[in-house]
Design a binder for this molecule. Structure first.
Ligand code: NDP
Length: 330
């Protein structure tokens, strides 16, 4: 008999607005894939906020179960790499966009999209990290590939109280970097940002406005999840030979830069994508998270909700009101 489970389903009639429903589905309703997973936790990332609210056309097929990431246990596998009981994590690959995603108690996906969870990280902690935290690790790895080491000087993290920002601060601090956190909530979230490891806190609103092509050299490197004028000013304030990892667009997708920081200071702008990142880089990012992320700090940046709360949190994350990471317990 086919197992029945709960899910969020987004539908969109031809020419109409999308609607969100809570539905009961059975295994036969799942899409094709070679591994079936009992999803234990998912999470609300910024992209999930866009998808569930319909603010951006993230969902490219309807009806769709959103949720770009999940962690759980394998129930059935036709992929030799996975067996029932294995603890797995999934980030991206169009899951929750074109393939049924993590806001459901069951998922069926390609084995190629799954990673085995590192020992010592629970499925709940894996989603405390989530796609935002895994992307933060990819950003840190991009800085390292650019030759950045703690001796070079301060590292700036924008969107500091958000998901990518919170995990980036905790990782960088543990690795010995002196971290400057840039937040629009600099005053209200000061104790939170210092708990994560921020040595200095600045107000992102000072960076988010039109600036000069080159500014005083203030940081050796940066992790930016904000884009637009914030990223332009971050690059313009980066020291000679520095690296900026760019992964997000919370302020906007535009980038009003000049070439000056590149041709006069040799600054590198490193793009970071989590969705189609190759397996080897994903495995390295998750191994680094298991090793370099302080799990006590992770627990303190994580809150838990049920499936019913996802639409509310989806709206809040787009309004920049969510702090840290939000795990969906399934
Ligand atoms: P969050 O909402 O948790 O964090 C974003 C943070 O950015 C907010 O908390 C806020 O931080 C800041 N922010 C929000 N709006 C603005 C604004 N208008 N101007 C300046 N700062 C703003 O989202 P996530 O951490 O999940 O994602 C962050 C970004 O990274 C998103 O754009 C997302 O799409 C992108 N992303 C990209 C990935 C990739 O593969 N490239 C993967 C994962 C995420 P504060 O209040 O501290 O200022």
């Amino acid at each position: 008999m086919s197992h029945t489970f709960q899910a969020i389903c987004v539908s969109k009639p031809e020419g109409g607005d999308q609607t969100v429903q809570f539905v009961s589905l059975c295994d036969d309703d799942l899409m094709d894939g070679d591994v079936t997973v009992a999803v234990e936790h998912s999470t609300v990332n910024y992209k999930d906020g866009l998808a569930v609210s319909g603010a951006s056309p993230i969902l490219r097929r309807f009806p769709m179960i959103p949720g770009i990431d999940f962690a759980g246990r394998v129930i059935r596998s036709d992929d030799q790499r996975f067996s029932p009981g294995d603890r797995v994590v999934l980030n991206g690959f169009g899951v929750g966009e074109v393939h049924f995603g993590g806001f459901a108690q069951r998922a069926r996906v390609k084995g190629d999209w799954l990673l085995r969870l590192p020992d010592g990280v629970t499925t709940a902690q894996a989603m405390g990290i989530g796609t935002a935290g895994y992307t933060a690790a990819l950003c840190v790895m991009a800085l390292e590939r650019g030759g950045i080491v703690p001796d070079h000087g301060d590292v700036l993290v924008t969107g500091a109280a958000g998901g990518v920002g919170s995990v980036a601060i905790a990782l960088l601090d543990k690795l010995g970097y002196r971290v400057i956190a840039a937040s629009r909530r600099a005053a209200e979230e000061e104790s939170y940002l210092r708990m994560l490891g921020a040595a200095d806190i600045i107000d992102t609103r000072d960076l988010a406005v039109s600036g000069r092509p080159l500014m005083k050299e203030r940081w050796a490197a940066a992790v930016d999840s904000v884009g637009s004028w914030t990223l332009a000013n971050v690059v313009a304030g980066t020291r000679y030979g520095g690296v900026v990892a760019a992964c997000g667009l919370a302020q906007g997708a535009d980038l009003p830069l000049t070439v000056m920081p590149f041709i006069l200071r040799g600054v590198t702008l490193a793009g970071v994508d989590s969705v189609m990142a190759p397996r080897q880089r994903r495995e390295e990012a998750w191994a680094r998270l298991a090793r370099d992320l302080d799990l006590t700090r992770l627990d303190r940046m994580t809150s838990h909700i049920g499936l019913d709360d996802v639409p509310r949190i989806a709206a809040e994350i787009l309004a920049g009101k969510v702090r840290g990471r939000v795990v969906v317990d399934l």
